[in-house]
Design a protein around this ligand. Structure first.
Ligand code: UD1
Length: 363
């Protein structure tokens, strides 16, 4: 069986690594890795390949940045000939980025079966570009690998047949478990005793000047209580400069490599973010997470985990932070199947399918 993986943006890389590894252990599986080039900076891409031990991509489409339509269309037109030439039996797409939906659209028109890893997540907010990518990709996918049962329910409600849905757990947590840095590698002395780790990149938070200004004002307030370590996405850095909102009191770090960022999360007093994946990682690590969004496609991190949605409410952020600093942070537990073996479960499903199809003489 020939499986082709499509990745393109930072959050895809920690999801593909465990699946590649698990499939490598299966006999008779050929794998091809395509990088769309959606993320291209060394610290958004290469460093993740190195740390997660992902082999160099077989193909790099080098699409780079653009508007949503430009980026999606560019990926599609450069990816189509690759599929035609390489003739995979199945294409796996990951998460909810533009590379995901572009890969799925190409394969559906070429009638190449699609597997979607991290299927079924819904924020129910169609102003988020990722929500559109999730809805479309899930409609097109033949195999839907979900991280939790809420995702299964979302898919069934949308009319997706239960035979296509496989609840395998969270592949992002596989990478976390695999690479959880040992405390010895990251001595505590390097870091302040207490700090807030911050990331921000959602268009709704950073592309609007007023919203970004309000958030930065809240972060300056947090900065009076504890050190703020702000790892800035290129989009965020650009907007802060463009809108003239830079402040000497809030120092921006470049995006951090994976293991360094995990080590920082692990020791943080609180993580303040609008990322999806970080809501999951903090839940696994048991670190308080305050999410600067009104909704989440990962509700299990709030119902079972340590995540609290504070939206854009500065008072709520202040109140939740006060609780954490007073030692009264919300306690959480790790959701079922977030155990470091999701990639292996995906490989099992694929191996079973391949055997059934061989028996039926399909390939
Ligand atoms: C994308 C994903 C988002 C994911 C995020 C993680 C979509 C719709 N969004 O958002 O779901 O959470 O990745 O980072 O796919 N840029 C660089 N260097 C890079 C990449 C981007 O400087 O290596 C800059 C470019 O100016 C670009 C901007 O960042 O225009 C945004 O990049 P883009 O890939 O369009 O979306 P992200 O905001 O990264």
């Amino acid at each position: 069986m020939h499986i082709l993986h499509v990745v393109g943006a930072r959050p895809n890389f920690m999801k593909v690594a465990p699946v590649l590894r698990a499939l490598r252990a299966k006999l008779g599986v050929k794998q091809t890795l395509v990088h769309t080039g959606q993320h291209y900076d060394a610290n958004m891409s290469d460093v993740f390949f190195q740390q997660l031990e992902i082999p160099a991509p077989d193909v790099n489409l080098s699409v780079g940045s653009g508007t949503h339509a430009q980026q999606t269309a560019e990926i599609m037109s450069r990816f189509e000939p690759v599929v035609l030439e390489r003739k995979p039996d199945l294409v796996l797409v990951y998460g909810d980025v533009n590379s995901t939906v572009a890969g799925a659209l190409v394969c559906s028109k070429l009638q190449v079966p699609i597997g979607h890893v991290e299927a079924g997540l819904r924020s129910f907010d169609r102003t988020m570009p990722e929500e559109i990518n999730r809805l479309v990709t899930d409609q097109l996918a033949d195999l839907l690998f979900t991280p939790s049962e809420d995702a299964d329910s979302n898919l069934q409600r949308e009319g997706i047949s239960p035979e296509k849905i496989h609840c395998v757990g969270n592949v992002m947590i596989d990478s976390l478990v695999h690479l959880l840095p040992s405390p010895a590698e990251h001595p505590k002395d390097d870091l302040p005793e207490r700090y807030a780790l911050v990331t921000l990149h959602r268009p709704s938070n950073v592309d609007d000047r007023q919203n970004l200004k309000r958030i930065l004002a809240s972060l300056l307030e947090v900065n009076q209580e504890l050190v703020v370590i702000f790892s800035a996405h290129p989009r965020t850095r650009q907007r802060i400069e463009e809108f003239g909102l830079a402040s000497s009191q809030l120092r921006l770090l470049d995006p951090l490599p994976y293991t360094e960022f995990i080590a920082l999360q692990r020791r943080a007093t609180v993580v303040i973010t609008d990322s999806g994946g970080i809501q999951e990682e903090t839940t696994y690590l048991g670190i308080p997470c305050l999410t600067l969004r009104n909704n989440t496609e990962r509700p299990i991190t709030a119902s079972l985990g340590t995540n609290v949605l504070v939206g854009h409410d500065a008072d709520k952020l202040r109140a939740e932070l006060a609780k954490i600093l007073a030692g009264k942070a919300k306690l959480g537990s790790i959701p079922p199947l977030w155990d470091g073996h999701a990639g292996e479960r995906i490989a099992e499903v694929l191996a079973r399918k391949s055997t059934t199809q061989r028996a039926a003489g399909l390939h």
